[in-house]
Design a protein around this ligand. Structure first.
Ligand SMILES: [Zn+2]
Length: 140
């Protein structure tokens, strides 16, 4: 996941080294689904949704990397080149403690962040509603 320009100053100067260390710790694979960095997999669709197929034909569970089958007769999917990223589990770029960092494929990183974005958006809506309540008038 590319660093947003507005967040660039929040990353330490040695971020590149930290990132390399976390990818090495993970064996250069997604720590969620075990997909290796840089390979092109077929991301399953339709009846194969929730799975991915490695270049050697092995099909794995997209959730946890568990083996589904060795070589299916047919696999429905779209090619995706895997790019590993390093996620901050607390969504705080300044917190580069090892236990706050996790190597994730782009799919799992987006999913992890989407949960956070949904929660943040919900809190923002609530805060706006609360502010609205402060200025509401009793005209009913
Ligand atoms: Zn993954």
């Amino acid at each position: 996941m590319p660093i947003k320009p507005e967040n660039r100053d929040r990353y330490p100067d040695n971020w590149k080294q930290i990132r390399e260390r976390i990818l090495a710790r993970a064996g250069n694979c997604c720590e969620q689904c075990r997909v290796p960095n840089g390979v092109t997999v077929l991301r399953g669709m339709a009846s194969d949704k929730g799975r991915y197929q490695m270049p050697d034909g092995v099909v794995r569970d997209a959730e946890n990397g568990g083996l589904v089958c060795l070589r299916p007769f047919e696999f429905l999917g779209t090619p995706v080149k895997i790019v590993l990223t390093v996620a901050h589990l607390d969504h705080t770029p300044e917190n580069c403690a090892d236990d706050n960092l996790k190597a994730l494929c782009q799919w799992h990183h987006l999913r992890y962040d989407a949960k956070h974005h949904a929660e943040t958006a919900r809190q923002t809506r609530r805060a706006k509603l609360a502010i609205g309540d402060l200025f509401a008038t009793n005209e009913d």
